[in-house]
Structures are given as C-alpha cells and as structure tokens.
Design a protein around this ligand. Structure first.
Ligand code: XUL
Ligand code: CO
Length: 435
C-alpha cells in the first residue's frame, strides 16, 4: 500500500553534473566503478530513522513543527505507518542501508514486556519490507538517553536496576539487529557521563561501563553476531561531560577494560568538532590505533556551538575524511550514516528527499576528490620524503637501541640536524587542486 506521503516525487536518479533537477544526483552514481568497486559499495550510505522519521521538529524553545500523519508516535498503527513511509523514502533514495534505535521504531509500552512485544512486531514488519527489496541494516542501537529512567545514565547509573534495564534493552536490540542481518551494533552513551562531579563517583561509573561493554561483547560471541560492536565518541551534550569524549579517550577506555580488538569506533563529524578536533583528526587517530569502524557524516553549525546534526555540505572537509578512510583500506562493515536532520522550518516531504540527495552528492564529490588524491599520490610522496630519514639503517638501529646509544651518536659528532620546511601551504594548495 502506498501512503501517498511522497506523492509526485519520483525515484532519484543520477543525471550527471550538468543536471539542474533538484531531486537528481549530480555526483553520486551508485554504479560507477572506482578503484575496482561500485561507488555504492565504497560509500555505503545509510539513512537514520530517528532524525528523518521520528524527530518532530522540536527545539529547546519550541515544540514540534512537522506534524507528520504518524505523530504523536504512541500506537502501533502509527509506528507501522511511519515504517511504510520510511521504506517508501528508502525506495526513492535507493541508498543501501538504514539505521534505527529501538525507541524510534516502536511505541513505549506500559511495561518492559509490552515495549518488547511492540519492538518485536515492528522488527518483523521491517524484515518483510527488507525481504521485499528494502535496504539492509547498517546498525541497530538502543536509545538509553531519552526516557526519564535514564536521566542519570544507563550502564553508569547509580541505581543497579537501571543497569539491569539497560542490559535487557541492549540484549533485545542486539537480537533484533542479528535477526535483520545488521552489519554492526552501536552504543552511544549520551548520558554515560555526569552533570556534576559533586554527586559522581567517576571510577565506579567507568568500571560499570567497562563491565557493561564486556557483557555486550560476550553476548555478541554467544549469539554468533558477526558485525562490529562500536562505541560512538562525543564529548558532551546531553551530559555536561561524556566518558566517550573522543577517539583517543575511547581507545584508552577500551584498553583499560581489555576490549581492544573487540570494539571499534563510529565517528561522527559533528562530535569531532564539539571535541575541538577536525573530523580527519578523529579518523586518523582511530585508523592509526586500529579501531576505525564507521562514520556518521553530519556537521554542526560552526557558529552555534551545538550538535546541530546538519547534512554535510562542505566538500573539502568530506574529501579529507574519505582520504584518511581510503588510506586505511576503506570501509569493511562500516559505512556513511547520515545522522542528520532537516532544519525545523523544512516542512515538506521533498525537503527530506532533497536533504539526502544533497548529502549523498557532497559525499560523492568529496570521495572522488579523495580517490584522485590517492591516485595522484602527492600527499603520500610528501610524507615519504618527510620521513625518509627513518629508512636509514642508523635510524632503525636507534629505535631498537637505548637512550645512551642514541646519545652516543650525537656526542661523537655524527649528528647535525638541519631543519627542513614542513611545506604546509604547498600541501594545502595541492589539496585545493582536487576539491
Ligand atoms: C547523538 C548521536 C546518536 C548516535 C546513535 O549525538 O550521534 O544519534 O549516533 O545513538
Ligand atoms: Co551519531
């Protein structure tokens, strides 16, 4: 049954860079083969159910603006209508993946058991639509930050009953992700942190979070889930401070709790900016530490300082992000999720389609620029020149030796370092040739 929500909008097609059709791809051509793989398989786009379908357009100063036919989302009939519209939207966009939180897709029940029944019914409804040609699931996740029971955290809550509730919630979401053949499972700890240290035992909370994540990994192996378990760094918002602050902090946490090799990172552009980093910094950190998993490609407004979750529109930023991803071998099970929402004045169904079309096109342009930089090899050659001193036998011996041995070469007068230009402006000019 067609809901009619997107009446008048046709499936989005690639029409090439000269097209003036606002609902056509000008750069994203899923079938174009680049470096031996279709563009669709490189970029692995996913639509986020929560922002596109569940969010009602509220902000801290005002309520909903969207008034979709499935709002308010408090019964199963509306949850199914929302699912019908979601899969109609996916069919128009043709993206290969989507993502959900439990709370986006089912109404909350009066009890845990009722919420679970609602959730399982919708998961079966999704399964039917996915079998009928809908997109695959890039990742499932649990919303453990909206309901008031989670106001003081989920795994880090001072109340052990909330820890138990979180365990039951994640177990259900992992089961559903597995059932739908999901590629990954994500944990974002929006309230795993604190509002004030005056009431927070940080060491205890970190130990609980570490134990919880170990339980998740143990359960993954128990059920034979083949996807990645990922955590998603973010420094703050909604909490004043979040323990998964950034990629480096998460890596330290994973090491302390014995989870390196088990858990990777879902990095979000806007979260990188909130942490005072560039997106490529977060990607380079994760790839160099061996914990890169996937990305949420949504930006913030640089003036507002909030996590505004806007669709990407900055090709040079996107290009550098994909450059680092490509250099690390590209996505394996990860992908490019648009954890992005419309502005609350963008009321029309076609705004929803146009936002994704624009995001996919910006990513495609950035990706092609990144591919061209990889193929040209200019940045790589500059790195090789800059570090070539380390290829000498003396340098290699030094790394394997002691502080005194390194010192002895200097004292004997063999070593006389001459500073060399870092060539930053030349490299920036080089990048600008491609973007
Ligand atoms: C919040 C955020 C989440 C996670 C999934 O800033 O990014 O949507 O991606 O919980
Ligand atoms: Co995100």
């Amino acid at each position: 049954m067609n809901t009619g929500f997107f009446d008048g909008i046709s499936p989005v097609r690639y029409e090439g860079p000269d097209s003036t059709n606002p609902l056509a791809f000008r750069h994203y051509n899923p079938d174009e083969v680049i470096m031996g793989k279709r563009m669709e398989e490189h970029l692995r786009f996913a639509v986020a159910y929560w922002h596109s379908l569940a969010w009602e357009g509220g902000d801290p100063f005002g309520g909903h603006t969207f008034e979709r036919p499935w709002h308010p989302q408090n019964d199963m009939g509306r949850a199914k209508l929302k699912a019908d519209v979601a899969f109609e939207m996916f069919a128009l966009l043709g993206q290969p993946f989507y993502c959900w939180h439990d709370a986006d897709i089912r109404p909350e029940g009066a009890t845990f058991a009722e919420s679970q029944r609602n959730f399982e019914e919708i998961i079966d409804y999704f399964a039917g639509k996915m079998d009928a040609g809908g997109p695959r699931l890039l990742w499932g996740t649990a919303n453990m930050f909206s309901h008031r029971r989670f106001m003081s955290g989920a795994a880090t809550n001072p109340d052990p009953d909330v820890f138990a509730w979180a365990a039951a919630t994640v177990k259900n979401c992992m089961d559903a992700t597995q059932k739908l053949g999901g590629e990954n499972y994500v944990l974002w700890g929006g309230r795993e942190g604190y509002e004030t240290l005056l009431n927070t035992d940080m060491g205890r909370e970190l130990d609980h979070m570490g134990r919880f994540l170990n339980m998740v990994v143990e359960y993954k192996h128990k059920i034979g889930f083949k996807g990645q378990i990922m955590v998603e760094p973010k420094p703050q918002e909604p909490s004043k401070h979040q323990y998964d602050y950034d990629a480096a902090t998460c890596y330290g946490f994973l090491q302390k709790y014995g989870l390196e090799g088990e858990v990777t990172l879902n990095l979000e552009q806007g979260h990188a900016i909130l942490a005072g980093h560039s997106f490529e910094h977060e990607i380079a950190t994760a790839t160099s530490l061996g914990v890169f998993g996937s990305i949420d490609m949504n930006r913030n407004d640089y003036q507002s300082g909030w996590d505004t979750d806007q669709f990407p529109n900055n090709v040079p930023e996107v290009a550098l992000a994909y450059y680092h991803i490509l250099n690390a071998g590209g996505f394996t099970r990860g992908g490019t999720n648009f954890d992005a929402k419309l502005r609350r004045q963008s009321l029309d169904p076609q705004d929803l389609i146009a936002a994704h079309v624009g995001g996919m096109d910006v990513c495609a342009r950035g990706f092609k620029a990144a591919v061209a930089m990889v193929a040209d090899g200019g940045l790589q050659a500059a790195l090789e020149t800059r570090y070539c001193g380390w290829d000498t036998p003396e340098a290699r011996t030094m790394l394997g030796g002691s502080l005194e041995q390194a010192a002895a070469r200097v004292v004997s007068g063999d070593v006389d370092p001459q500073p060399r230009s870092g060539r930053q402006e030349m490299l920036e000019n080089y990048v600008n040739r491609f973007v």
